[in-house]
Design a protein around this ligand. Structure first.
Ligand code: NAD
Length: 354
């Protein structure tokens, strides 16, 4: 076994059906006296429900939007001051949790996160704020939610297409954790099981979105994925998706879905232990794992080409340029011609092969 460093990141997790009912007690445990409940505008009713569960000292702020624009942070800080808020509850996907993290960065207020997608922001100390079209990200333990409530009932309304792409986003966290530069056996065990849970549950959810057992399995896999994302460094896949989402405004989870098979093929021969773990979790042979993942995505009727999700062919060269500009860790060295080919294949939706 290789030497490694493993750092435990504290967090309290409540997992299971109807755990949302514990929210008032969790606020009390963290000594919240005045609480801001943050959601996207589309989730205002859910935010209101959470507010009612907490009591008269909770207020709805249903104004979170994608990519955490700085003006949404400034406006929310005014609300915090006016209402004398001392605790934040974020319910929804990466967008409301992202706004809560940006507020914590400025105010050090503690967060309770209640994720309803599989994006995986809830366990990480990573924040992001967008200003003038540029997303700045950073790592600060102050923004890591103190408590996370995973209640599978909250995910049954997640539409099939978002469930699948968001689930693939979580699988991508697990896969890159397995070949991370600072990978360690504990996180690798979590990551492998995360893939297993998601690969088994996503097809069942597609058939029956209200299947609570499958929803619980997917959310458990997602917790493992988020823990992996929080614990070890990511590589080519996350760099590519960050570039494509940030510069070309492609949808976050769908971009992860399209790119993943191609990155796995790119790295296949350079990360044999990780590939063994992925094959075991997928219950498949080790040859051409990128192709297996591509077929899985196709079978779930999710997008397999960048062209279909809004990429323009003339932007591929710029995407290659940006992805290869700064050197960073990846099991297989980053070579411009190879990345250009990868992006072109992903654009066309070609099934990858080694
Ligand atoms: P999101 O929060 O914008 O949610 C996507 C859509 O799903 C929204 O329209 C939302 O209203 C809807 N939705 C959420 N839950 C639902 C439910 N249960 N039922 C029905 N509809 C529901 O986006 P996301 O995909 O969750 O997260 C993506 C964002 O998170 C990106 O900005 C990404 O950069 C960020 N992110 C951050 C981290 C981190 O560690 N900081 C990690 C992963 C993702």
């Amino acid at each position: 076994m290789k030497n490694f460093i493993y750092e435990v990141q504290p967090s309290r997790v409540l997992f299971g059906t109807r755990m949302l009912q514990q929210i008032k007690e969790e606020c009390t445990l963290l000594n919240f006296t005045k609480v801001l409940v943050i959601s996207t505008p589309g989730h205002i009713e859910l935010a209101q429900k959470v507010t009612n569960l907490i009591g008269d000292n909770a207020f709805v702020h249903a104004k979170a939007v994608q990519h955490v624009p700085n003006n949404s942070v400034e406006k929310a800080i005014e609300v915090l001051k006016q209402l004398n808020i001392d605790g934040l509850v974020a319910i929804g996907g990466g967008s409301p949790i992202g706004l809560a993290k940006a507020l914590a960065l400025h105010t050090s207020l503690p967060i309770i996160a209640i994720p309803t997608t599989y994006a995986g922001s809830e366990m990480t100390p990573i924040w992001g704020i967008t200003e003038n079209g540029v997303k700045t990200t950073g790592n600060n333990t102050i923004v890591k939610p103190k408590t996370v409530i995973y209640d599978p009932e909250l995910t049954v309304t997640l539409p099939a297409d978002v469930t699948v792409t968001s689930g693939m986003n979580a699988i991508a966290h697990c896969i890159e954790a397995l070949y991370a530069e600072n990978a360690n056996p504990i996180i690798s065990t979590l990551a492998e099981d995360g893939i297993r849970k998601l690969v088994r549950s996503l097809p069942i959810i597609l058939d029956n979105p209200a299947d609570l057992n499958a929803r619980a399995d997917a959310q458990y896999g997602c917790w493992l994925a988020s823990t992996a994302l929080a614990s070890v460094g990511m590589a080519l896949h996350h760099k590519l998706c960050h570039t494509l989402g940030g510069t070309f405004n492609l949808p976050h989870a769908a971009t992860h879905t399209v790119i993943l098979p191609h990155v796995v093929t790119y790295n296949q021969k350079f990360a044999p232990d990780a590939m063994k773990a992925i094959a075991s979790a997928w219950n498949t042979a080790e040859e051409n794992l990128g192709g297996v993942i591509f077929d899985f995505i196709l079978s779930l009727q999710a997008p397999i080409s960048l062209k279909k999700i809004g990429m323009y062919q003339q932007d591929l060269a710029k995407a290659t340029e940006l992805t290869t500009k700064n050197p960073y860790y990846n099991p297989r060295p980053i070579k411009k011609e190879a990345i250009a080919e990868l992006l072109n294949n992903a654009y066309e939706g070609k099934r990858p092969s080694n």
